[in-house]
Write a protein that binds this ligand. Sequence first.
Ligand SMILES: Cc1cc2nc3c(=O)[nH]c(=O)nc-3n(C[C@H](O)[C@H](O)[C@H](O)COP(=O)(O)OP(=O)(O)OC[C@H]3O[C@@H](n4cnc5c(N)ncnc54)[C@H](O)[C@@H]3O)c2cc1C
Length: 324
Amino acid sequence: MENTKFFEKPQEGQPWDVAIIGSGPSAFSAAVYSTRGAASTLILGGANWGGQLMLTTDVDNYPGFPEGIQGPELVAKMRAQAERFDAEFKAEDVVSVDFSSNPFKLKTDAGEYSANAVIIGTGAGTHWLGVPGEEKLRGRGVSSCAPCDAPFFKEKRVVVVGGGDSAMEEALVLTKYATSVTIIHRRDAFRASQAMQQKVLANKKINVIWNSEVTEFVGGDKLEKVIVKDKDGKAAELPAEGAFVAIGHVPATEIFKGQVELDEKGYVKRYEKDGYKMATSKEGVFVAGDVHDFHYRQAVTAAGFGCMAGMEALKHLDKEPPNY
Ligand SMILES: Cc1cc2nc3c(=O)[nH]c(=O)nc-3n(C[C@H](O)[C@H](O)[C@H](O)COP(=O)(O)OP(=O)(O)OC[C@H]3O[C@@H](n4cnc5c(N)ncnc54)[C@H](O)[C@@H]3O)c2cc1C
């Protein structure tokens, strides 16, 4: 396949077939599909490109890497793969979009672009506590993803911070590995569904510290303990090798307000319509990954959604109804 040109780049001032905003697994996977479908493809990946995988070390659950792979290396390989098929990558932050007419317009901190189809893959970030020690110990005991990191805490003591469904899920996953799981919640009742609460409260490995907040993560190279303060301001030390912050995620959707419909938490609303599965409220604008999916939040699911969005963008350009 050497010297194959996958598409002609648009002339100056002409629209790209597809513009992809983002630079995580959803964006690069979408680009692999759109470029190989011969659509000229521009990826606007942000100045701090690479997404959430840049924040982690061992990724043991992405298929194809039996020995595991480091997060930044995995995402660098994804970018290289998209560029192999001629995707044009720019490490520029998109500062505004105008989806009111086609071609759609995208403004970055460095220039202006237009495209006949857009894929939103801007991801989401963990809502961290912002307490001392948290940033330093991230990836050294402090995490936000139990399905990703739970096996690293085999026979260790862990805490989970939060009281919603995600905190319950994190705690339950962790019981499969950890010796003890302590949920620290700032209120006297969980927000999670009754079913999830019942499962958690019935699990003998889990105990709950109510009406308390984590005020500091303490450790040198690795997390050693968590400082917890109750509502009367009384502090206690809790020895722990792992701490999972599960107080929510923040989707990166500020620039899409008023352009596509968002849900009450700010995630892009995904529509299934006219045969499309990754559509948004705006025809020709598709969505993929953690920016709409607050449930699975995995690299492999983001890549899967990216594949679907890439294929659907091609159908849109061909003006053919999808037939999957
Ligand atoms: C600490 C940690 C460990 C994890 N470990 C694993 C694991 O082991 N296995 C696993 O499967 N998953 C893991 N995950 C989850 C996984 O990383 C995410 O599910 C996945 O990266 C989501 O991909 P995405 O493409 O939707 O978005 P993201 O990875 O969030 O990437 C979005 C990108 O879009 C860019 N962007 C945002 N706004 C703009 C803009 N305006 N202009 C340009 N670019 C923009 C951002 O800078 C970012 O680079 C982990 C997550 C974290 C935080």
